[in-house]
Design a binder for this molecule. Structure first.
Ligand code: GCO
Length: 432
């Protein structure tokens, strides 16, 4: 039975969404999924090789050294305890002046065993939506953000048979219990999952079941497209007004060295997998989610694909705590590329690891300015979600990267709004 149109869904399309994003595994705490089961096995290794891995990569290694060398840094554990503190966190969203919030539902909580759905957990996420709505905050619900139920691997993992149908059934359970949700994101960053799970890694040092397995990687790509399409029709049967998309990490790949091979690699890296995916989703997405963080320079080398492009290493350009160059112009470039699909665009992630909050205000100001410039030049951008609302678990780098508009004290879970969040609040007022 299609849900009645909620007031919020009747919002005029020109209500620009100003939000922040999180992912269940990174903020909720106390997960029981493929990551939580795996983290304790790699924590000691990640801690012991942190110096070798990071010392020359990070501009502020000394400031993160102690945390990065501690095995506890790599265990998500209670994370930011968002599962229990979500009401307090939503009050802070209001205080900052945001009007939207992107979060993910944890599949492993909803379906702890194949075909068996946990109604208490479905009710939990329905309460989350109600608490957002009562504060006038628009929810954007991500259905898959990297983590899986532990039983999925027993079914062959994401490249296995029937996974698209299993994902669609999980989606139906969620969508029929969440009530009036207008915005859904089916899958977060399938390209990153492909790279980390099936192409031997790259963005992070480790990943559950990480392997170089392009054959099953191709099966994964086909499965994730089918899963998205099946999930989309399930949602549309329930919410006739739903706006459904996928969030793709789109990097501004640039030629790093003028030679034909690097030129060819640059073209390929620009195409696979995001535009490969987007070209196969047309008709099943209402908006395109763009996660933009950086540009990368391509200097061809015949090694692992993750080494095909290096983050810009100009000595004097400001870089985040993770060593990522600040390159606001890239959000203009990638949204101008995505404009060709003629669909609304949501910046579903854009953010910086900056523990001392030295660069974040400038980062946000400059990326928003370039985003609005792209909007003026024809990209139908309808929302901006900063990554992330809270300091959180940055996958296999653990907790030392601090992306939050809100600082979280790892010992006490105390929240404090960073100065840069006030900057974002002022920007929102300026554009509203
Ligand atoms: C991603 C993920 C987030 C990351 C964020 C910072 O885009 O990789 O969606 O979970 O934490 O991007 O790397």
């Amino acid at each position: 039975m299609p849900q009645p149109k909620p007031d919020a869904a009747n919002q005029s399309p020109e209500t620009f969404l100003w939000g922040a994003s999180t992912a269940a595994h990174q903020v909720e705490g106390n997960q029981n999924n493929d990551w939580s089961n795996w983290e304790s096995r790699v924590a000691a290794k990640l801690a012991s090789n942190a110096e070798a891995r990071l010392k020359n990569e990070l501009p502020n290694w000394q400031e993160v050294e102690e945390e990065a060398a501690n095995p506890k840094n790599y265990i998500s554990g209670t994370a930011a305890d968002h599962y229990n503190r979500y009401k307090e966190d939503f009050d802070l969203i209001k205080k900052i002046g945001l009007n939207a919030y992107r979060f993910s539902v944890e599949w492993a909580r909803i379906e702890p065993e194949p075909g068996k759905y946990n109604q208490d957990e479905l009710d939990h996420y329905a309460k989350v939506v109600i608490e957002l709505r009562t504060r006038g905050i628009e929810p954007l619900v991500t259905l898959h953000h990297f983590t899986n139920p532990r039983w999925l691997e027993d079914h062959g993992g994401w490249h296995g048979k029937n996974v698209p149908e299993m994902f669609a059934n999980y989606t139906e359970a969620v969508a029929s219990n969440l009530g009036n949700v207008k915005y859904y994101c089916t899958i977060n960053e399938p390209g990153s999952y492909l790279l980390m799970r099936y192409l031997g890694g790259g963005a992070w040092p480790e990943w559950p079941n990480m392997s170089f397995d392009p054959i099953n990687g191709y099966k994964y790509l086909k499965n994730v497209i089918k899963a998205h399409k099946l999930a989309t029709s399930k949602i549309r049967n329930i919410n006739t007004y739903a706006q459904i998309g996928m969030a793709n990490s789109i990097i501004d790949f640039q030629l790093g060295r003028k030679d034909p091979i690097s030129w060819l690699f640059t073209k390929q890296l620009r195409y696979i997998p995001d535009f490969y995916l987007l070209n196969r989703l047309e008709g099943s997405i209402d908006y395109i989610g763009v996660n933009y963080y950086m540009r990368m320079l391509v200097k061809a080398n015949f090694s692992h694909p993750a080494n095909w492009a290096k983050r810009w290493e100009t000595k004097n350009s400001p870089r985040s705590d993770m060593g990522w160059e600040l390159y606001p112009r890239g959000i203009y470039s990638v949204t101008q590329k995505v404009k060709k699909y003629g669909l609304p665009i949501l910046i579903t992630e854009n953010g910086i690891a900056d523990a001392k909050d030295k660069l974040r205000s400038k980062y946000i100001e400059e990326h928003v300015a370039e985003m609005m410039h792209s909007k003026e030049d024809g990209a139908d951008i309808q929302g901006y979600f900063y990554w992330s609302l809270l300091d959180n678990y940055e996958w296999s780098e653990g907790f030392w990267p601090k992306f939050g508009l809100i600082e979280v004290d790892r010992k006490t879970q105390q929240r404090s709004i960073r100065e840069s969040a006030q900057t974002l609040g002022r920007i929102i007022k300026k554009y509203s």
